[in-house]
Design a protein around this ligand. Structure first.
Ligand code: NDP
Length: 252
């Protein structure tokens, strides 16, 4: 956990970083933070109006001009990921980072009542879509002298909990995939792949999972950005296949 990390203002200068689910919640905060530290951010998500708002916020703050990439992991095909790679190759020629952040909760419900279609949907958005996108983008990541891929996990991706169903399983799969890919790219020395658990954070998803909770007890997305910045920046070089937490575990 790097919650006390103090990033230099130019930490990500010149870097091209893709953020999925960049229109809302943690992804929005990460896009703003990365751009605020000099990165050219590619804003990927399914709701264009939200991405446009983030785009405008980055411009208004004087950050490098971002790019918008509309994509819905539910319907996206391999062709979409390869077209995406081609577009990014033409535009930027490389990719210095991906924050895999887009995700859905599915339903908190006993497994006996879990709807199989919803299960498939959660697996598609939280793990299958992101891994095929990563496969298509690997050549671009390999073109970078120092690339960081961060997958968003969860505490239920490290220890299962009753009723968390497909969400927990998708996060376990995420952790497993991080270990596999990290091991495969270790020899390159220029590409690292890690998992990051944001911890309880004040967003729409958290509210759906814990409707009765007092939101004031939670950290906001912008408060957990130090670990995100550290993982995207040069100081995390050499860390590969590791599990990180964006905030200290709750006491009590
Ligand atoms: P939000 O629901 O606030 O944001 C999720 C983002 O993902 C939204 O921008 C959403 O787009 C996007 N998204 C959802 N489905 C798709 C899709 N099919 N295709 C493309 N984009 C999609 O969630 P959080 O910010 O809370 O969560 C971000 C990540 O952090 C997730 O991976 C989550 O599992 C993880 N996490 C969050 C915790 C928390 O306490 N908040 C704790 C542990 C992990 P749109 O805005 O259009 O809906």
């Amino acid at each position: 956990c790097k919650i006390d990390y103090q990033p230099a203002a130019d930490l990500l200068d010149g870097r091209i970083i893709l953020v999925t689910g960049a229109g809302d919640g943690i992804g929005r905060a990460a896009a703003l933070a990365f751009a605020g530290h000099g990165a050219t951010v590619i804003l990927l998500g399914r709701t264009i109006a939200k991405l446009e708002k983030v785009y405008d916020e980055i411009e208004a703050a004087g950050g490098p001009q971002p790019a918008i990439f509309p994509l819905n992991f539910e319907g996206a095909t391999l062709k979409d990921y390869h077209d995406m790679a081609e577009t990014l190759d033409k535009e930027f020629g490389r990719l210095d980072g991906i924050l895999h952040n887009a995700g859905i909760l599915g339903r908190i419900t006993p497994f006996e009542q879990y709807n199989p279609e919803l299960w498939e949907q959660v697996m598609q958005v939280n793990i299958n879509g992101p891994i095929w996108m990563t496969q298509a983008l690997l050549p671009l990541l390999k073109s970078s002298p120092d690339a960081s891929v961060v997958f968003t996990s969860s505490s239920v991706g490290r220890r299962g909990r009753a009723y968390w169903g497909a969400y927990a399983v998708s996060k376990f799969a995420t952790e497993g995939f991080v270990e596999v890919l990290a091991d495969e790219v270790e020899h390159l020395g220029t590409l690292r792949v890690n998992s990051l658990n944001p911890g309880a954070t004040r967003t729409a998803m958290r509210k759906t999972a814990y409707p009765g909770e007092d939101e004031r007890t939670l950290r906001g997305p912008e408060e957990i950005m130090p670990t995100y910045l550290w993982l995207m920046g040069p100081e995390s070089r050499g860390h590969n296949g590791e599990k990180f937490d964006a905030q200290p575990p709750k006491r009590g």
